[in-house]
Design a protein around this ligand. Structure first.
Ligand code: PMT
Length: 404
């Protein structure tokens, strides 16, 4: 197949009523300068005619993994390699489940599994299905692997109900695809993530509850906007988002060293890690034995990574902190903004039942003279909002603005 400089979008259409919008979506993608190929699932063919999509895309529509003629020409692997972006619209609950499970039981799921293209999902389904924990868990799995979810919108549904689950309109999908990658292209962003572990002896450490989810979601959101993202991460049980570079550390001192080694050339630094403020003055070489007596552990302060970066000769143009607070969130966040000489700080309330892990959360973002509220929402959604805010701030700084 011949290569061109235009963006190559493979549109996967699965079997929901919103499939009737696929021809308009193809036309709008082509108007936006994309080359488009279409793959239909078996269910989609009940809602939209392949011939209509062939007419608007200008190419034969693929439907079957076992199509001898097609596999002799541009087979499914070629199609998987051809695409820059794979947009599944509508993405039904069933298709989302099959993708999350890694199934390859038809042409669309097989080529998605065989492709390194950016994956975009435009869910469309009944509102109860959309809110079902199984669907949300499947989407979270796909997002953790780098998939981007567009929508859904809220409104009246084909089933007669009203609520979230409508596919975004074709023009909104095209706008999302066109806008996102360019926003931060050429920007290198360094982040810290997860907890630190400060050893007491070879088997014990002082740690905290950070899972790394907020940081990894933000890394993926920044990557989706075209940034080169480097994450210095404490120990977490999460896969690295595709395209993000991760350097693993354990202690705050190691985290500081790894950050300073990678600071040159960064346009932004974001400290999301929950860094231990103190560490045991000495770590025992051997396992500390139980004596039955009370024991004292002397703690000494750790270096403050964020404050060090903000005061460094190689300070990036944008330095962003996070603040995990259990009370007086705004006052504490603003005081850290000033004390550490930050440009922005994103504050969240934390406690045993909130803030850490896979939870719905909220962020209050403060600059010296403004504030933004994000959420309550899943961390992937908060990350998208924060990434947009940071992208706007970087663009504004590049244009010489000072108001944010
Ligand atoms: O990982 P998750 O389970 O998803 O949870 C996310 C989170 C709650 C950990 C995250 O949203 C968050 O709030 N991260 C910052 C936690 C924190 O350590 O806050 P702090 O108020 O103690 O520190 C303020 C800022 O200074 C932070 O940006 C922190 O990274 C930085 N810091 C703190 C101490 C230190 N020695 N070095 C630092 O760089």
């Amino acid at each position: 197949m011949t290569r061109s400089s235009s963006r190559r979008v493979l549109l996967g259409v699965s079997g929901g009523i919103a499939a009737y919008k696929a021809p308009e979506l193809v036309r709008r993608l082509r108007d936006a300068g994309c080359e488009v190929r279409v793959v239909l699932t078996a269910g989609a063919q009940s809602f939209v005619a392949p011939l209509a999509l062939q007419a608007v895309s200008g190419h034969r529509v693929r439907r079957d993994l076992w199509d001898e003629e097609a596999e002799a020409g541009m087979g499914h692997i070629e199609l998987a390699r051809w695409a820059d972006d794979i947009l599944v619209a509508p993405a039904t609950a069933h298709l989302i489940g099959r993708l999350a499970g890694g199934l390859a039981d038809d042409l669309l799921t097989t080529l998605i599994l065989a492709s390194q293209a950016r994956l975009w999902l435009a869910p469309a389904m009944n509102r109860i299905m959309w809110q079902h924990p199984a669907v949300q868990a499947n989407l979270a799995t796909l997002q953790a692997r780098g998939g981007r979810v567009l929508g859904p919108a809220s409104g009246s549904q084909a089933c007669g109900e009203t609520g979230p689950g409508r596919m975004l309109e074709p023009h909104e999908l095209v706008a999302a695809l066109s806008a996102a990658p360019a926003l931060l292209s050429g920007q290198r962003i360094l982040m810290t993530a997860g907890p630190t572990r400060e050893p007491l002896d070879p088997v014990r450490y002082l740690g905290n509850r950070s899972s790394g989810r907020m940081a990894y979601a933000l890394a993926a959101a920044l990557r989706d906007r075209g940034a080169e993202v480097v994450v210095v991460s404490g120990p977490v049980d999460l896969p690295v988002p595709a395209g993000v570079r991760r350097f693993e550390v354990e202690t705050a001192s190691q985290m500081l060293e790894a950050v300073l080694d990678r600071l040159a050339g960064c346009s932004a630094f974001i400290g999301v890690a929950a860094v231990a403020d103190y560490r045991p003055e000495t770590a025992s070489v051997d396992k500390i034995k139980k004596s039955g007596q009370a024991m004292n552990v002397r703690l000494i302060p750790n270096p403050d990574i964020l404050a060090t970066v903000a005061a460094h000769a190689l300070r990036p143009g944008l330095v962003v902190g996070f603040a995990a607070e259990t009370e007086a969130v705004e006052a504490a966040a603003r005081s850290k903004l000033d004390a550490k000489n930050l440009d922005l700080i994103a504050a969240n309330r934390v406690g045993s039942a909130s803030g850490f892990g896979d939870v719905v959360s909220s962020l209050e973002v403060f600059s010296r003279d403004r504030r933004w509220s994000l959420g309550p929402a899943a961390k992937t959604v908060l990350a998208d909002g924060l990434a947009d805010l940071l992208a706007a701030r970087i663009a504004q700084d590049a244009a010489g603005g000072t108001t944010t």
